[in-house]
Ligand binder design. Sequence first.
Ligand code: NI
Ligand code: MN
Length: 226
Amino acid sequence: MKITYYGHASLGIETNGKHFIVDPFITANPLAKHIDIDSLKADYILLTHAHQDHVLDVEAIAGRTGATVICNAEMSYYYEKKGLKAVGMNTGGKMELDGIKIKSTIAFHSSSFADGTYGGNPNGYILESDDKRIYIAGDTALTREMKLIPKTLGDLDLAIFPIGDHFTMGIEDACTAADFVKCDKVLGYHYDTFPPIKIDALEAKSYFSVREKELILLAIGEDMVV
Ligand code: NI
Ligand code: MN
């Protein structure tokens, strides 16, 4: 599984020959100016909730690529009305697409579109493919429900957590979340984009390392293999 960071909470995931784009917010992110969304491959666009900083570039990418949007039920109705292909899930459900297992998890946050349309409940996702299992938490607070993940699904190879604080978990809660899901390897996202979520990267990494965990922070456009 190859994971590329496109800034904020935007990711590219390549697995089993398919390309996912997660929560595309790229064209309005000044830190991601060097990313050309017209160059991104997408079979699926995976969305955690309807906030603008997660869905801004959905229509542009789906319109160009014909990608199917995977999201919660309410968001799927919204995108189907706009003529896009969408698959709506709901919290706790799982499905399989092209040999890739996708499970929708609990996230404590809110969800509405920029035009005020109700965006359903926010979610995270667990993806299983290529004998790997990753957890994309989405925008969320620390929640005890995270403890259920390793109990029901088994070990994670990577946890992707918001670390910017203010709107989501910050460094300390994300480190506790790593304990809850029993995964010591964390990719941080949802930080630095706006003034309230700026972090000190060195401090954040050392907070994790003294607790015997690894916090990975990718440059925008950089990728890693899980
Ligand atoms: Ni949000
Ligand atoms: Mn957000």
